[in-house]
Ligand binder design. Structure first.
Ligand code: IPT
Length: 996
């Protein structure tokens, strides 16, 4: 008989907001009333199914000495080394049959038990409440053998009144947590399934006549600058009088009764904004309790197509953020989260969408304090119903109405005091239906001061803000026409999975051109890789399938701008550069500074300039830029520069913080701009050009050219003492996840010149590249000419059964100790796929460890991701030139190389110098593995031992795009087969020795 048939466990499948002595939802308050922290060591026992749980465990006298120990908060699947099961990852799909509200018999059930001693004075008066901040997915709670409630809503707070069950001295609390419940159907977010009590458990002593709930609505009239503080209290009549004090504002009021609307005029106040997060501390107190609220005065309005805060249009430079840690899962660690939020601020992010549930409450405190616009999203997602055409979707099923409403209540009531929250979001990907409408209606009544957001409502029935995810810029522009008079955002865009997203700047330009577009939220902040280890102990970050799940969504859980361990990916720098609120534009006529902050002039910034010739500073100074108010711009003349020296001249201007702020040290660079000032050719006095040397056949059937040796096919064997093998042209790059996934249509199947919008659906780029055989091209030598001035080869590259080919001509010359390569690549007619790259591939000894270059940097850059790159001299360890993505893939390309030098102990230095051909120079990638090795590995630890350093000199590379979840590389950034050429000089220098 199925375990779920037992009446005793029917509650698991009950469609209910929760039961027992539930306390009405109320604000998260900083109160002086006593609390008892129940986190720490609990006794723990896991059962494979709900029906097997020991009925006697709730008995206070039960002997749990044989049980294991577990720490609360935690997820049991991240404890116990697999004894207690493992995490599992699915995105949209449910990991159990779509059979609502039923759940599988195999329903892991964890009994948590602990004893606590009640502080002796707590029974003298008042009430005792038991609070759960997060528990996945359902908990049945007993105190001293009495069932006190069933807690539902994994990421929502629930409080139970246990006054009648708590007793003097020792108490026994038992929480039976079931991994699956009816609630799992409405908690189908794209994340790991992680059961357990993962947020705090707290016992609260509520004084008689206490201030159970306090809501401070702090409004500021943008026209007058005057603030109004509306105080709403939930407390018994005997709680009055209540005093409200804000010494900073000279506010001192006494509220005598509950009936009056307590709107207090506080006079002129400074506004709160994400840029200038001005908080005021307000103390609300009566004889029984003192509550402290940090409030911020601001007005949020939707007026026509404008979403205004304090009368100014918002520009959201946002990110979707989950509560996630690679070791602790959804357990919140405030210091670590604070660090992450500082990193966000330092990258010009100003907004967070709490995808897809209310975060730990402290996140919102930090957002108030550091300054972020927040869309607070409800714990709701029923995405898996989409698979079945939304049949039976709880969102439109009246049986679920109370569950939906309760979730909205608990989010809004808990978080309502936060100035950072500028919208309430009903949830994510839950289709449409009356229950969503009911949530929206309730929220609007309860809090008219904030708009309602819900992306899935494409006909604007329950929303105040039009929202889309992963729309192309063309679709967004179309929305400005089809949804006139409404503000529009992208609640998810530029999917940060693997290498990418490219194309961020195209979105930014589109937002700039259409005021109704208020910006968006990157998907997402962090990879959700879970730190684990292989059988032999090699640590790695796991994704779907790595814990043996048979039904999973692979690496789709790793799609952040920072890796699971918090390491920023290049996209973070690109995003920061693109969305910078301080736009510095350099032109021959002067510098323009455009202050696009919401608040605050540029008086906090120093505009430093440096004049570089061939990447070396020759002069520097500070520009005199008068403070520019938010929304304004100004211009200033360029500094007077001596442009006479031979070389490439650049002017670089940085806007840096003059003083430290709560989120960055003094000197932190907010934005950088560059202006090329031209190239001054050296005078005629340069050394006479040495005559080239002839190429001659060598004894082994190959050729000698100066100190360079070639094999019989004209492939480079060595240069002096250095084996530098190959030098042949390749088209292959290890597909990025944007190359290999195809969640949306591609531009590339249609005529690139004509296609706008999404193009048509089709296979991924990687599939098409493989189909065209770009990973298995075969050479055929057409000509090899050793001549008096060098060696010329011409060969065709083509794949089996393919009529398309490319012709490669390589001309090698040797003179004055330097090997020169001119390479021309021409496609035949008939190509119908893009190329990943056109690269000259050189294999060098493994000992090269350091690279320094004059070119673009410091980070990688590609055709559609190059705003963060500047031209200059940089250096980095070879190991740091590529990115350790959860799935190995192409990374580390840097365009427009001038000079590169590789060094390693015991090796001669190896340098590459380029000269422009038709204005273009090749880019480069230096990596410990080849494109083929990157392609074959599914995790970094699966890469083979490195056999050498691979240098790719890329005549061209395809853009990155965002097609893992969003649009493909745009036509203008795609590498369509076309003739490309490069000229490079190689020089092998002296051997580097440790002793110098
Ligand atoms: C969208 C989800 O809202 C988000 O949770 C995440 O899954 C993201 O995609 C992709 O990583 S839904 C998608 C089907 C557009």
């Amino acid at each position: 008989m199925p375990a779920t048939a037992s009446p005793d466990i029917a509650y698991i499948e009950e469609i209910s907001p929760g039961s027992g002595r539930r306390v009405a939802p109320r604000a998260h308050l900083d109160s002086d009333s006593p609390v008892l922290d129940l986190c720490g060591d609990w006794r723990f026992r896991l059962y494979p199914s709900a029906g097997e749980a020991d009925a006697a465990a709730s008995d206070p006298g039960f002997d749990d000495s044989g049980w294991d120990a577990i720490d609360v908060p935690s997820h049991w699947v991240l404890r116990g080394d697999g004894r207690w099961g493992r995490p599992a990852y699915t995105n949209v799909k449910y990991p159990f049959p779509l059979d609502p509200p039923h759940v599988p018999d195999a329903n892991p059930t964890g009994d948590h038990r602990r004893r606590f001693v009640l502080p002796p004075d707590w029974l003298a008066g008042g009430r005792v409440w038991l609070r759960f901040d997060g528990l996945e997915s359902l908990g049945r709670v007993w105190l001293n053998g009495h069932e006190v409630g069933v807690v539902r809503g994994s990421r929502l707070r629930q409080e139970l009144d246990v006054t009648d069950q708590v007793r003097a001295g020792g108490n026994v609390l038992v929480v039976r947590v079931h991994q699956w419940s009816a609630m799992s159907y409405v908690e189908d977010q794209d994340q790991w399934w992680l059961p357990g009590i993962f947020r705090e458990v707290t016992l609260l002593h509520r004084p008689d006549a206490g201030l159970d709930d306090v809501w401070l609505r702090a409004d500021r009239d943008p026209a007058t600058g005057r603030g109004t503080l509306t105080v709403e209290l939930s407390c018994p009549p005997e709680a009055y009088p209540v005093r409200v004090r804000c010494p900073e504002l000279g506010l001192e009021a006494e509220l005598r009764d509950a009936a009056a609307a307590h709107a207090l005029d506080v006079g002129p106040v400074e506004p709160w904004s994400a840029d200038v997060p001005r908080l005021y501390e307000v103390v609300v107190a009566n004889a029984a309790e003192t509550v402290t609220v940090r409030t911020g005065f601001r007005r949020v309005e939707v007026v026509g197509d404008a979403w205004l805060v304090n009368g100014r249009r918002l520009r959201l430079r946002g990110v979707n953020r989950h509560d996630f840690d690679p070791i602790e899962g959804r357990v919140f660690d405030a210091p670590k989260v604070r660090e992450a939020m500082l990193l966000m601020k330092r990258h010009n992010l100003n907004a967070i969408r709490t995808s897809h549930y209310p975060p730990h409450p402290v996140l919102l405190d930090l957002a108030d304090e550091l300054g972020f616009w927040v869309i607070d999203e409800c714990d709701l997602e029923t995405h898996g119903f989409e698979t079945n055409g939304w049949v039976g979707n709880p969102s439109d099923d009246p049986d679920w109405r109370e569950v939906y409403l309760d979730r909205a209540h608990r989010m809004v009531e808990r978080d309502k005091n936060h100035p950072c929250i500028i919208a309430w979001s009903l949830g994510n990907e839950s289709g449409q239906g009356g229950n969503l409408a009911a949530m929206a209606t309730w929220i609007r009544r309860r809090d008219p001061g904030r708009p309602v957001h819900y992306e899935n409502d494409h006909t604007d029935r329950y929303v105040d803000v039009v929202s889309r995810m992963y729309a192309t810029v063309e679709e967004l522009v179309e929305l400005t026409r089809t949804r006139p008079g409404r503000p529009i955002i992208e609640c998810e865009y530029v999917h940060a999975m693997g290498n990418g997203a490219g194309g961020i700047a195209t979105y930014e330009a589109t937002f700039d051109a259409h005021p109704a577009l208020h910006g968006g939220f990157v998907w997402e902040w962090r990879d959700h890789g879970i730190l684990t280890a292989t059988a032999d102990g090699t640590p790695f970050h796991a994704y779907g399938g790595d814990f043996g799940e048979v039904f999973h969504d692979g690496s789709f859980v790793c799609d952040g701008m920072v890796l699971a361990d918090g390491t920023p990916t290049p996209m973070l720098a690109e995003y920061a550069a693109v969305v910078t609120p301080i736009k510095v534009v350099l032109a021959a006529e002067g510098v323009t500074v455009d202050n696009r902050r919401h608040d605050g002039d540029t008086g906090d910034l120093t505009f430093g300039w440096v004049h570089e010739v061939d990447g070396r500073a020759v002069a520097s100074g500070v520009l005199a830029v008068p403070p520019v108010a938010a929304g304004d711009s100004t211009s200033a003349p360029l500094p007077t520069l001596d442009r006479g020296a031979a070389g490439e001249h650049w002017l670089t201007v940085t806007a840096a913080l003059a003083d430290r702020t709560p989120w960055a040290p003094a000197g932190h660079v907010v934005t950088t701009a560059q202006l090329p000032l031209g190239v001054v050719e050296p005078g005629a006095s340069a050394a006479p050009v040495a005559a080239p040397e002839p190429a001659v056949p060598s004894d082994d059937g190959g050729y000698a050219l100066g100190e360079a040796r070639f094999d019989r096919w004209g492939r480079l064997l060595s240069v002096g003492p250095l084996p530098a093998l190959g030098g042949e042209v390749t088209l292959w790059r290890a597909p990025t996840e944007n190359d290999s996934l195809a969640t949306r249509g591609s531009y590339e199947l249609a005529d690139p010149a004509e296609t706008m919008g999404l193009g048509v659906d089709g296979p991924s780029s990687a599939e098409r590249w493989r189909e065209a055989g770009l990973d298995r091209l075969q050479p055929r030598l057409v000509a090899l000419v050793p001549g008096p001035d060098g060696l010329t080869t011409r060969y065709l590259l083509a794949a089996a059964n393919s009529a398309q080919h490319l012709t490669v001509e390589q001309r090698w010359r040797w003179s004055a100790g330097t090997l020169q390569l001119d390479v021309d690549v021409q496609p035949s007619a008939g190509w119908t796929v893009t190329w990943p790259r056109v690269g000259v591939h050189l294999r060098l000894p493994a000992g090269y460890a350091e690279a320094s270059w004059f070119g673009t940097g410091p980070g990688e850059n590609y055709a559609d991701s190059r705003v963060a790159a500047r031209v200059g001299r940089f250096s980095a360890a070879v190991d740091d030139l590529t990115v350790r993505y959860a799935v190995p893939q192409e990374s580390g390309h840097r365009e427009a190389l001038r000079e590169l030098r590789l060094a390693g102990q015991g090796l001669p230095s190896f340098s590459v110098t380029t000269t422009p051909v038709a204005g273009a120079r090749p880019g480069f990638v230096v990596a410990r593995h080849s494109a083929e090795e990157w392609t074959a590995a599914r995790h970094p630890h699966e890469l083979p031992r490195s056999h050498g350093v691979h240098l790719y000199l890329d005549l061209a590379q395809h853009g990155l795009g965002s097609r893992s979840c969003g649009p493909d590389v745009r036509p203008e950034h795609a590498l369509w087969p076309r003739p490309v050429a490069a000229s490079v000089l190689f020089r092998v220098g002296h051997v580097d020795r440790a002793d110098g």
